[in-house]
Design a protein around this ligand. Structure first.
Ligand SMILES: [Zn+2]
Length: 117
């Protein structure tokens, strides 16, 4: 008995790679998604709480601040260590000017910005 299992595949279409596009052919431009992040206002945050309009919940709020130690904070602490001021090592962590201050919305907890000292 003959085996007729050879499938009859249609010849695969392969576009000619060397074929130049016709003159005046403009390749379709990919649609660029212009997702412009609308920054409502360029708020420059200070080290203290600020009265701003939250871009998330659109409420007039007083920002909740959180001090964050930065590389500089650790650097100051390290320097104090090196100079033997052991009792002073914690000072950079208590001084606001050595820390960044993050501002959050107390209403929706959205991160609003950072004050960099
Ligand atoms: Zn909010």
């Amino acid at each position: 008995m003959e085996k007729m299992e050879k499938p009859l595949n249609p010849p695969e279409y392969t576009p000619h790679p060397q074929h130049p596009p016709p003159l005046g052919f403009v390749p379709p431009q990919p649609h660029v998604q212009t997702t412009t992040v609308v920054m409502e206002q360029a708020v420059h945050f200070g080290p203290k709480c600020q009265n701003v309009t939250c871009p998330q919940c659109r409420h007039q709020i007083l920002t909740r601040t959180e001090s964050k130690s930065t590389t500089r904070t650790h650097l100051y602490a390290l320097l104090l260590c090196l100079f033997g001021c052991w009792p002073c090592v914690c000072i950079p962590y208590c001084v606001d000017s050595c820390m960044n201050t993050d501002h959050y919305c107390p209403n929706c907890n959205a991160f609003l910005g950072t004050y960099q000292s």
